[in-house]
Write a protein that binds this ligand. Structure first.
Ligand code: PLP
Length: 413
């Protein structure tokens, strides 16, 4: 079935008009933005919300007695409420604003890790993690004497489930796993993994950076303990992200950073900490970022994550089918359950050269190791080219990409 033959799929494509940046030409060609895994573009409503905040309401939150501060605080807390509903958390106390996924994971590694993980303990991650979900755990292991264990994968880019079950044991103190791999597009079976981890009393952190804009996430249904994501990968501003954590876990964790807002009383004889979620939000937060993220969440909710997932599934199938017709093209990551990402190599052409030549034809992709060097090592490659989709991409983008790739390859090979 073509996109045009399906009504729901066609309806999604009209939302492309909401993105002013997509209406331009780059290097004399319409922009085909296929680098959504790196960051997504912003709809007009997010841009307007951030601008309106600075034009009308800018003030510090939780502090001032004046009208602007009250407005800023209301908008800030309203965004927290929207995000709580968006991922179906139980309470606003479970929504901690961070700078992004990276900071959210570092928060858990520092606070939870330092207080609960020690010598002889094990932390379980997988081969397909982004560096953000590797390095904080390596650093924690260095500090505590714990050991990092790694779940292997097969040549399709799927985790080996039986190996996972063997690796989890009484020494395992945390499972930290990516929901959707940014280098492969694999959707991991996190629900089943969480069930097994909990049978061993192991809490689970899920890196949701690449999942949150492509599939609906219900943290209560998943029973996940921590879920981290970034605003900029879900059509919101940069520099803002979320750590969801179960309230009882967050309550028991020591603060991550000290400073303003995270305290209740400060005295030289001792300091008491603020209640959740403020205990983890030291200093003036990214107020405009939070409010902009709230607008992005409204926007996404209106389109519907299930509609987005169905549309992108179709688009990825179309892209994959057409790419496979190109001689010498090898897809990196062919998991059964995949979303939105086509990582590839072509015989006789460097990924970086492909990226540059595509750019000259208005097509934006990423080329490199995608901050997932262990994935590259597994496939014995240094880099791959990656086209990554969002719901505003359409069949014209794919046609332009395939034509540009073919003409680049005639120059390169
Ligand atoms: N995890 C995954 C799977 C990612 O793709 C990324 C970013 O590409 C991150 C974590 C880090 O996100 P951020 O740089 O927004 O903190």
């Amino acid at each position: 079935m073509t996109l045009a033959a399906n009504k729901t799929l066609v309806n999604i494509t009209r939302f492309r008009q909401d993105f002013p940046i997509l209406q331009q030409e780059v290097n004399g060609k319409p922009l085909a933005y296929l680098d959504n895994g790196a960051t997504t573009q912003k709809p007009q409503i997010v841009i307007d919300t951030v601008r309106d905040y600075y034009e009308r309401d800018n003030a510090n939150v939780h502090r001032g007695v004046h009208t602007l501060s009250a407005r800023a605080t209301d908008a800030y807390e309203a965004a927290r409420h929207k995000i709580k509903d968006f991922i179906n958390a139980n309470s606003e106390k479970e929504i901690i604003f961070t700078g992004g996924t990276t900071e959210a994971i570092n928060l858990v590694a520092s606070s939870y890790g330092q207080s609960r993980i020690g010598q002889g303990d094990e932390i379980l991650i997988s081969t397909m993690e982004h560096h953000s979900n590797i390095v904080p755990w390596q650093m924690l292991c260095q500090r505590t004497g714990a050991t990092l264990k790694v779940i292997p994968m097969n040549k399709h880019g799927e985790l080996l489930f039986d190996e996972f079950k063997q690796l989890i044991n009484a020494r395992t103190k945390l499972l930290a796993i990516v929901h959707v791999s940014n280098a492969l597009g694999t959707i991991n079976p996190i629900e089943a993994m969480i069930t097994i981890a909990h049978q061993h009393d192991v809490p689970v952190l899920v890196d949701g950076a690449q999942a949150i804009a492509h599939t609906s996430v219900d943290v209560q249904a998943l029973d996940v303990d921590f879920y981290a994501f970034s605003g900029h990968k879900m059509f919101g501003p940069t520099g803002i992200g979320v750590l969801y954590g179960k309230q009882e876990l967050l309550e028991a964790m020591p603060p991550y950073q000290g400073g303003g807002d995270m305290i209740s009383v400060v005295s030289f004889s001792g300091t008491t900490y603020n209640e959740l979620p403020y205990k983890f939000e030291a200093g003036t937060p990214n107020i405009a970022g939070v409010i902009g993220l709230g607008a992005a969440v409204d926007y996404l909710t209106n389109i519907g994550l299930d509609n987005i997932a169905a549309y992108e599934h179709h688009l990825l199938d179309t892209l994959t089918d057409k790419a496979q017709d190109i001689e010498g093209l090898r897809i990196i990551g062919q998991a059964e359950n995949k979303t939105s990402i086509l990582s590839f190599l072509v015989d006789g052409a460097h990924a970086a050269d492909i990226g540059e030549l595509l750019d000259q034809q208005g097509v934006a992709i990423r080329a490199g190791h995608h901050c997932a060097m262990p994935v590259m090592e597994f496939f014995h490659i240094n880099a791959s080219a990656r086209a990554s989709l969002a719901f505003y991409n359409n069949e014209e983008d794919i046609t332009q990409f395939i034509a540009a790739l073919n003409s680049s390859l005639t120059l390169l090979r």
